[in-house]
Design a protein around this ligand. Structure first.
Ligand code: WTA
Length: 636
C-alpha cells in the first residue's frame, strides 16, 4: 500500500508540519513526495541555490506527471468525474469526463501530437478557448514530454509571435474560434497572423469548436477531429527526469519583454499537489471550481494539475461572470453543487456592484470553502464574499503566490489557520518568508513592514527564465543574494499574519493580470504619433489597479484631435499586447518630470494618477519643475 498524501487537519498539525519543514526540509519533502508514482526515486531531495538560482528538487528521480494525474487514479477512481465543463452559453450542453475518459482523451491527443512529429523536449504553444481540449492538449504535451506554453487567448498576434519565437515552438494548438460572453473571437485568424513571423512552427493543430470556416494552410494546418479518428486510446507516458522542463509560462516583469518562467516535472508536481490538498481541504466527493483561465498560472496549478493530482473533480468554465447575466457564477455553483470555489478579487468586486438579487436567486448551499487569488482583496470585497456568497459559514483562503512560485505560498488553510479579512495569513509549510529593508537586512519581529523575500527554496521555485538564466538570476536572486525576491511589499502583523501590500517594482496588477510599465510604454511608443510615454498604476475600484498613461506626441494634441489620437494609440496597444492592456486613462502632456540625469520621476506621476496632487514631495531636482504644474492641471 503506498503511503497517504499528508494532510494537515488541525492547527497543531500545521505548527508541527511547519516546524519540521524548517528543521529538516529534506526529510519533510521526502515524506511528502513518497506517495506519488515514481518510475525511479530521487538521489537527493533538494539542492538549493538562492544565489545563482540553480535550484533542483528530487534529482535523479524519473516520473511522468500525467501518470500521477490520471493513470494512478484509474483503479479506484476510474468512474469518478475528473472534469466538468460548463460552456459559455448556459443553453449549450456541457461535458463531463470521468478519470478513465479523460485518460483516454489525453492519450489520444498525445498520439496525435506524436503523429504530427512532436517529440520529447519540443515546445508546443497553445492558444485556445477554455474548452476541454485545452486541458486535454496541455496534459497530452506532458504525457509525451513536450514542453507546453499556454498563451492566454486574449493576447494579440504580436504577443503570440513573441512567445512562440522565444520558445522556438514547433507546433501550435488552437481552435477555429472562441466564445467569451457575447463576444466571438476568430482565434485561428489571430494565430495565422502571428505565424507569419514564426519560422520555427511546422504544424498547427486546429480544434473545431464554434464551427467557423477557417483558412487551413496546406502542409502546416490539420484538423484535430480528423487526426484523432485513427489513433489508439492508449499512449505510454514518456519517462521524464525530475528536472526536465514541464512548461513555460510567460509573465511580465519590470523590464523588457515578458519572460518565460520555467517549471519542471517533480518539484512542480509535489508542490501543487501538497498546496492544493492542504489549502482547500477538498474532500473525496467535492466539486471544486477555479474560475481562472488555463492561460494563467492559477489555471495551470489549481484548475488542472493540483486537482487532478489529488483525484478531485475540477470544473472548467468557458465564459465570463456577467454573461448572460451577473448571476452566472452563482447559477453554475448551484447547478453543479460546487463545494470549493476559487476566484479573483476583481470578479468579486465586479459582481458586488450588481443587484444583490442576482445572488439571492441561488441557494449556494453546497459551498464550504471560498478562495481568492491574484491581487490583494480589500476588506469590503472580503466581507461581501464572506457574507453573501459564503453565508458567513465558509472560510476564505486569501492565497498569495506568483507565477514564479508555482503554487500557494502564504494563505490560510481552510478552517485550520486564521482567515482574517485582507490578510493572506501564515506561510505554508516549506515557505520561509522574511521582510527586508532597503539594504537587504532582515527585519526581525512582528509589526514590521518591508520587501517580501523567501529565504529557503521550496519545490515549486522558478527554475529559470527560458533561454536566459542570467535574467532569472538577476531578477529573483541578484537583488538580495541568498533570498528569492518577490517584488511585493508586505506587513507582518502583531500575530505573525502577513498582509500583502502590492508590488514594489514597476509591475502593475490589473484585474489580477501582470503588466510591466515598460512593456506598455514600449507598445505605446510604436504608435507614429508618439514621442515618449510613461505608464503608472493607480487604484481602481473594480480592477484593483488601473493603467494611466502620460503621453508626449510629435505635435500638440488639442481637444478636438484627442479622441482620434487616443483611439489610434489604443489600437496600437491592442495590436502589440491585447485588449487586456488597454489604458484606463490617457493624458497628453508636453513633457515628463525628469531628473537632470534624464530619469522619469514615476513617484510624481503615480501621485498625480492617484489624485494626490497636493503632496507631490520634492520637485526641485527636476530638469523642468514647471512641467509638473501642467501635468497636475491636465489630470484625467
Ligand atoms: C499579486 C498569480 C495580494 C502579487 C497567482 C504577486 C496577490 C502577483 C495575491 C503575482 C494575494 C497574487 N494578495 N497580492 N492573495 N495573489 N498577488 O504571477 O503582487 O499572475 O506578486 O500570479 O500578484 O501574479 P501572478
Amino acid at each position: 500500500m503506498p503511503a497517504e498524501h499528508p494532510r494537515i487537519r488541525t492547527f497543531e498539525e500545521y505548527q508541527d508540519a511547519y516546524q519540521r519543514s524548517v528543521d529538516n526540509p529534506e526529510q519533510f519533502w521526502a515524506q511528502v513526495a513518497e506517495p506519488f508514482t515514481w518510475r525511479r526515486k530521487w538521489d537527493s531531495v533538494m539542492q538549493a541555490d538562492l544565489v545563482g538560482g540553480h535550484n533542483k528538487w528530487f534529482s535523479g528521480a524519473k516520473l511522468n506527471i500525467t501518470e500521477n494525474c490520471l493513470d494512478r487514479h484509474l483503479e479506484q477512481r476510474g468512474n469518478k468525474l475528473a472534469l466538468i465543463w460548463e460552456p459559455n452559453d448556459p443553453k449549450t450542453r456541457g461535458l463531463r469526463y470521468t478519470y478513465r475518459e479523460l485518460y483516454q482523451e489525453v492519450c489520444k491527443f498525445a498520439n496525435v501530437l506524436h503523429n504530427n512529429g512532436v517529440e520529447k523536449g519540443d515546445r508546443v504553444c497553445l492558444y485556445m478557448p477554455m474548452i476541454p481540449q485545452l486541458a486535454i492538449a496541455t496534459l497530452a504535451c506532458a504525457r509525451i514530454g513536450a514542453v507546453h506554453s499556454v498563451i492566454f487567448a486574449g493576447f494579440s498576434a504580436n504577443a503570440i509571435a513573441d512567445r512562440v519565437n522565444d520558445a522556438q515552438a514547433s507546433v501550435v494548438i488552437t481552435s477555429d474560434g472562441l466564445d467569451r460572453g457575447a463576444k466571438q473571437i476568430p482565434v485561428k485568424r489571430v494565430v495565422d497572423e502571428a505565424l507569419e513571423s514564426c519560422p520555427s512552427v511546422r504544424g498547427v493543430i486546429v480544434v473545431e469548436h464554434v464551427g467557423w470556416p477557417v483558412h487551413m494552410q496546406e502542409g502546416r494546418d490539420v484538423w484535430y477531429h480528423e487526426e484523432v479518428a485513427e489513433v489508439e486510446k492508449t499512449c505510454p507516458a514518456e519517462e521524464m527526469e525530475a528536472e526536465d522542463m514541464l512548461f513555460i509560462l510567460y509573465t511580465s516583469g519590470s523590464t523588457g519583454k515578458p519572460k518565460g518562467v520555467v517549471h519542471t516535472q517533480a518539484g512542480y508536481m509535489v508542490w501543487t499537489d501538497y498546496t492544493y490538498r492542504n489549502v482547500f481541504q477538498v474532500n473525496e466527493n467535492d466539486v471544486y471550481w477555479c474560475t481562472a483561465d488555463i492561460g494563467w498560472v492559477t489555471g495551470h496549478s489549481y484548475l488542472l494539475y493540483g486537482p487532478l493530482l489529488a483525484g478531485a473533480t475540477t470544473l472548467m468554465f468557458e465564459g465570463v461572470p456577467t454573461f448572460p447575466s451577473p448571476g452566472r457564477y452563482w447559477e453554475v455553483i448551484d447547478k453543479h453543487g460546487v463545494n470549493v470555489f476559487y476566484t479573483s478579487p476583481t470578479a468579486i468586486r465586479s459582481l458586488m456592484a450588481q443587484d444583490i438579487n442576482h445572488v439571492l436567486a441561488y441557494s449556494l448551499d453546497s459551498l464550504r470553502v471560498l478562495g481568492s487569488v491574484g491581487e490583494p482583496i480589500n476588506e469590503e470585497a472580503w466581507h461581501w464574499y464572506h457574507t453573501h456568497i459564503g453565508k458567513d459559514r465558509c472560510p476564505i483562503v486569501d492565497t498569495w503566490w506568483q507565477t514564479e512560485t508555482a503554487g500557494i505560498m502564504i494563505s490560510a488553510l481552510a478552517d485550520i489557520t486564521p482567515s482574517v479579512p485582507a490578510r493572506a495569513g501564515l506561510p505554508l509549510p516549506g515557505v520561509q518568508p522574511v521582510l527586508l529593508n532597503q539594504e537587504g537586512q532582515e527585519i526581525e519581529g512582528n509589526d514590521a513592514e518591508g520587501y517580501l523575500a523567501i529565504k529557503q527554496a521550496w519545490p515549486g521555485i522558478i527554475r529559470t527564465t527560458y533561454g536566459d538564466h542570467e535574467r532569472c538570476r538577476q531578477t529573483y536572486f541578484g537583488v538580495y543574494p541568498g533570498y528569492y525576491f518577490t517584488g511585493d511589499g508586505a506587513r507582518r502583523e502583531h500575530n505573525g499574519l502577513y498582509r500583502i501590500m502590492g508590488r514594489v517594482d514597476d509591475v502593475i496588477n490589473v484585474s489580477g493580470h501582470r503588466f510591466g510599465t515598460a512593456e506598455i510604454e514600449n507598445a505605446i511608443n510604436q504608435n507614429s504619433h508618439v514621442v515618449e510615454s510613461a505608464v503608472v498604476g493607480y487604484p481602481h475600484d473594480v480592477k484593483g489597479q488601473g493603467i494611466y498613461a502620460f503621453i508626449i506626441c510629435q505635435d500638440p494634441v488639442d481637444s478636438t484631435e484627442a479622441p482620434r489620437v487616443e483611439a489610434s494609440i489604443i489600437e496600437t496597444i491592442v495590436a502589440e499586447i491585447g485588449r487586456i492592456a488597454k489604458p484606463d486613462k490617457i493624458q497628453f502632456v508636453s513633457g515628463l518630470p525628469k531628473t537632470r540625469s534624464g530619469k522619469i520621476m514615476r513617484r510624481i506621476l503615480r501621485k498625480v494618477a492617484e489624485g494626490e496632487t497636493s503632496n507631490l514631495g520634492d520637485t526641485t531636482t527636476l530638469l523642468d519643475p514647471d512641467i509638473v504644474k501642467e501635468i497636475v492641471e491636465g489630470r484625467k
